[in-house]
Design a protein around this ligand. Structure first.
Ligand SMILES: Cc1ncc(COP(=O)(O)O)c(C=O)c1O
Length: 378
């Protein structure tokens, strides 16, 4: 089996984890948490990086820190992983869904602009939906597959309409837009270190912010809101969202390898684009101008997606379909969805992800390509 996206643990992971085990510092205290946070802040040029137990917890924390709650809306794309919407639901706010651009698969900014101009208004530096006068408390762009939308245009729109940006940059560690790292544009950004991501800690996350007070508050809220090192005094409802030391140790070792992992992913992306271009009816995701993507997971579109999926999986080439759009899930079916042609549904019906693990050899990539070519000859 050629795996879809598995971890690449080829550096100092063993050594650092062994040190945690030898010294007993496996849990919520220990030096690796700070070291991992520093390494990732330095790499992304983020002023602050606060670790947490996974990307979903990071998104939830960001929304809590902005005071988002019952009665509020949060704008989000219809095509995303369910965690984006779940995090909104945890705060008791409601998502307002927007369609995606069919070429780059990110938020459709033309549609967003029309929506903001026609359906919302600004009062006392906050954005409201005309239909029911409820606040739209934030917008959450999702950097799907490590690509991004035009972040300059998004920033201009969100500023004009007083919408704080929380980036779901969970898939985009190492991606940049005009030289600036994903996760550092919004008031908050997030990373995920889930097993299939470009680096992994088994499970883990990071919150990015450029503001000191928010960084301090994020650390406080994710570590049970304890105010005193000795006494058990907590000044708000906090969360035990900590990333433990033994996982941060893996994270530090993974960060040391990140530049090499990105180089490998870019090679894989170029390899697939070159060898699969013109095969059958295959079309690729368009990389937005100005974006230098991390090329995390190679995904393309074909009308024969379901057939190809079965064909590849039966032949040991692990492949998977794309996320079901949020408005097709039972718990999110009743949400408002702004769309003209429902591109999210079309991309979902045609997109397939193919093996993209960093450890794949060129021979394995060639085998994936050969199997796909064989399918289109049948
Ligand atoms: C777009 C998106 N949002 C949120 C998440 C949630 O991250 P985690 O699994 O670390 O909670 C993921 C990844 O799993 C994701 O791909």
């Amino acid at each position: 089996m050629i795996p879809l996206s598995i971890p690449h643990l080829a550096g100092n992971e063993w050594e650092y984890v062994k040190e945690c085990l030898d010294t007993g510092w496996v849990s919520t205290a220990g030096a690796y948490v700070g070291k991992f946070e520093e390494a990732i802040a330095k790499f992304t040029d983020s002023r602050y990086a606060i670790s947490c137990m996974n990307g979903t917890a990071g998104l939830h924390t960001a929304m809590n820190l902005l005071g988002i709650g019952a009665g509020d809306y949060v704008l989000a794309p219809n095509l995303t992983f369910v965690a984006t919407l779940n995090a909104i639901s945890y705060t008791k706010a409601e998502a307002l869904l927007l369609d995606i651009d069919p070429d780059n698969w990110q938020l459709d900014l033309d549609l967003l602009q029309r929506f903001l101009e026609e359906d919302t208004y600004v009062k006392e530096a906050a954005c409201y939906l005309k239909a029911d006068d409820r606040r739209i408390a934030a917008i959450m762009p999702v950097h799907v597959l490590g690509n991004m939308c035009d972040m300059d245009r998004l920033a201009a729109l969100s500023e004009r309409h007083h919408l704080p940006v929380i980036e779901d940059s969970t898939e985009a560690l190492g991606s940049t837009f005009r030289g600036r790292h994903a996760g550092t544009f919004g008031i908050f950004g997030t990373s995920s270190f889930n097993g299939n991501k470009i680096i992994t800690t088994g499970g883990g996350g990071m919150i990015f912010t450029q503001k000191e007070d928010l960084a301090v508050h994020a650390k406080h809220l994710t570590t049970t809101a304890k105010t005193d090192p000795l006494d058990y005094f907590h000044d708000e409802v906090g969360y035990n969202y900590r990333l433990v030391n033994v996982l941060a140790a893996i994270g530090l070792a993974q960060m040391e390898q990140l530049p090499g992992l990105i180089r490998r992913k870019k090679h894989m992306d170029a390899f697939y684009r070159e060898r699969l271009g013109g095969v059958g009816d295959i079309t690729f995701q368009r990389v937005t101008e100005g974006v230098d993507p991390n090329c995390w997971l190679f995904t393309f579109r074909t009308q024969r997606m379901r057939e190809l999926l079965t064909y590849l999986n039966e032949r040991g080439v692990q492949s998977r379909p794309f996320w079901t759009p949020m408005n097709q899930l039972p718990m999110y079916r009743s949400l408002s969805y702004y769309t003209e042609e429902d591109h999210a549904a079309r991309v979902h019906a045609t997109a397939i992800s193919i093996p993209s693990s960093s450890g794949l050899t060129d021979a394995e990539l060639e085998e994936v390509v050969a199997t796909i070519r064989e399918f289109y000859r049948t």
